[in-house]
Design a protein around this ligand. Structure first.
Ligand SMILES: [Zn+2]
Length: 463
């Protein structure tokens, strides 16, 4: 088959997490602290020690800064919670935080955890090259030959202000295993004095924009955040979560978001607007509407489109906006998401058939490392609509195996502007293939045996 295209990933984040010591297997505090100690003593004093895989529920409570201080002999420990919304740090990290950042014995949540990430940054280019290469190799092992990195240079998920340089360096060194389209955070747009006829009030430096680069590394969409996520109950909804945690929140004033969308559209950017809750989806669609994108041929995308009301489907179609979904979210977290949405809304979660029937382009992606990156897991969910516990989530949204395969190949390539490069097997396209040991249209238990890129075996068996 064509190599899979994953239209929304976080390579640097995935690679940093995969390369960091993990406490995920630790069942008690003593074993967790032993992993922290081992990790810390491998690092020179004064350097950061990132440890991942933390979940206090296995320990009967959080570890404390004092415990980390003893284990790590005073080094800067950053113990990262699996949710991505919390961490525990050692005293030497607490000492670096600005005054007034609240913590409880070293535990920081939400804005506090973000403040620690801000301190931790920037990562070096060398660290990022290592991380991108590691994550890229993981992609190849899953048959993924091309992907879109969903946001560099700013916002919640940046790692360095010169993040693109790490990708360029990885490519130069032959250490960029997959084709990458880099989405750029809208934070990098700034007012410029371009010629009036260029309709470019805001631009990235030098006027670089979507499409710059080649078939191994290029600039993709501009990324705009409108809301949070369902795990943290911060996805913005029109009606509250059923567990009493409110209705989520918009990340910015809609008028501001609409101005960014309009300016970026006029300047020739593809837009990738992160919108998970139905209220955020309204904000995104209102922005596209106001910018006059309908019929423009621009390939704008809504990232996630996690909860989409029936009345919103036709609007996606009319505006020509693609839905870039992450079906494996529901495989991993579907039981929880269905519960917090309630009976009426659960079938609107990460839709499949609803989009296709309305004439909306459905694009597959993973958001790795938030959940598994394996396309076959996501495709299985798109067809069967069963979570990992076996529970059905919106079974009417199930699609055919061929439609799921299209979402992860042809249509994902289209969403990244790569339909003349990858995503299908045809004369003139790059020779990127995945060889499976069984027919994915018959069984999702098939395994990726070999991945081929530009006609060369880059993973698995040759023959
Ligand atoms: Zn993402």
């Amino acid at each position: 088959m064509p190599g899979f295209v994953d239209a929304h990933v976080h390579l640097a984040w995935a690679g940093l997490a995969a390369g960091a010591p993990s406490v995920a297997a630790c069942a008690d505090r003593a074993s967790l602290l032993a992993v922290v100690r081992d990790a810390a003593l491998r690092r020179p004093a004064g350097e950061w020690v990132d440890v991942v895989g933390y979940d206090q529920r296995r320990l009967g409570g959080h570890v404390t800064a004092a415990e980390l201080d003893t284990a790590a002999e005073g080094r800067r420990v950053h113990l990262i919670h699996d949710s991505g919304h919390a961490c525990v740090v050692s005293s030497s990290v607490l000492a670096l935080l600005p005054a007034g950042v609240p913590h409880r014995d070293g535990l920081l949540v939400e804005a506090g955890a973000a403040a620690v990430r801000e301190l931790r940054q920037p990562y070096s280019r060398a660290e990022l090259v290592d991380a991108v290469e590691r994550a890229g190799r993981q992609c190849l092992s899953e048959g993924v030959t091309a992907c879109a990195e969903a946001g560099i240079g700013g916002g919640l998920i940046k790692h360095s202000p010169i993040e693109a340089a790490a990708y360029q360096e990885a490519d130069r060194l032959g250490r960029l295993p997959v084709r990458v389209s880099l989405m750029v955070s809208a934070d990098v747009l700034r007012p410029v004095g371009a010629h009036a006829s260029d309709a470019t009030p805001r631009a990235m430096d030098l006027g670089l924009r979507t499409g710059f680069g080649g078939d191994r590394l290029s600039l993709g969409a501009i990324k705009v955040f409108t809301d949070g996520g369902m795990m943290a109950r911060t996805a913005a909804l029109t009606a509250p979560y059923t567990d009493g945690s409110g209705s989520g929140e918009l990340y910015a004033d809609p008028a501001h978001l609409h101005a960014v969308i309009a300016d970026a559209h006029r300047a020739g950017w593809q837009l990738a607007v992160h919108a998970i809750g139905d209220r955020a989806v309204d904000v995104a669609l209102d922005g596209f509407e106001a910018a006059g994108v309908a019929g423009s041929g621009a390939r704008h995308r809504v990232e996630h489109a996690g909860l989409v009301r029936p009345d919103q489907l036709a609007r996606f179609a009319r505006l020509g906006v693609a839905a870039v979904v992450q079906p494996a979210f529901l495989w991993s977290f579907g039981d929880d998401y269905a519960r917090i949405m309630g009976e009426e809304r659960a079938p609107w979660l990460y839709r499949g058939r609803g989009f296709l029937d309305a004439g909306v382009r459905l694009v597959g992606s993973s958001d790795r490392p938030v959940t598994t990156g394996a396309p076959l897991v996501a495709m299985r969910f798109m067809v069967e609509r069963r979570s990992s516990s076996g529970a059905l989530v919106g079974p009417d949204e199930g699609i055919t195996p061929m439609q799921a395969l299209r979402a992860y190949t042809v249509d994902a390539a289209w969403a990244c502007g790569w339909e003349d490069t990858v995503g299908s097997i045809a004369p003139g396209l790059r020779a990127d293939f995945a060889v499976l040991d069984d027919d994915p249209l018959e069984t999702f238990d098939s395994r990726v045996r070999t991945t081929v890129q530009d006609g060369l075996v880059v993973f698995g068996e040759s023959w």
